[in-house]
Ligand binder design. Structure first.
Ligand code: ZN
Length: 146
């Protein structure tokens, strides 16, 4: 089950951050107050700042977004179909003034935990419409509304 803690601090994220890709190497984590202790076979235990995990959370979704294909909806200008060719899946992303909304699980989980969300689909749509970051998108919406 995805929780507010393990969506950010996971063994999978620890593996990616440390570059431990061999499944034979066992990795476990302990989430402390400000750091995550990563324990793996044959390596010294490592403390990783939670900030590193937070940045990885965003970077990883941006990275995954690169493999997605975005098509603007033929009638609704602010609506996008975001296709994952590998999985043959599609999610609808709708760009509003103050947020990009997606219908995927990751997005729903983040909204549930924090009241805001950016999933790989919304990052792909953001890139498609020419924004490098969500902050840039928000700033442009405010200029347009003024
Ligand atoms: Zn999504």
């Amino acid at each position: 089950m995805v929780t507010a803690t393990n969506i950010l601090y996971s063994v999978a994220a620890a593996r990616r951050i440390l570059g431990i890709y061999y499944p034979e190497i066992k990795v476990s984590i302990q989430v402390w107050a400000k750091v995550v202790l990563v324990i793996s076979d044959g390596r010294r235990p490592r403390f990783i700042s939670k900030k590193v995990f937070h940045q990885h959370f965003v970077d990883w979704r941006k990275e995954q977004a690169k493999a997605l294909v975005v098509q603007r909806h033929h009638l609704l200008h602010s609506s996008f179909n975001v296709v994952n060719p590998k999985k043959d899946s599609m999610y609808r992303v709708v760009a509003c003034k103050d947020a990009l909304h997606c219908e995927c699980e990751d997005y729903k989980n983040q909204i549930g935990f924090w009241g805001k969300a950016m999933c790989k689909h919304s990052f792909a749509a953001l890139d498609f419409i020419g924004y490098r970051s969500f902050a840039d998108y928000l700033a442009a919406q405010q200029v347009a509304a003024a």
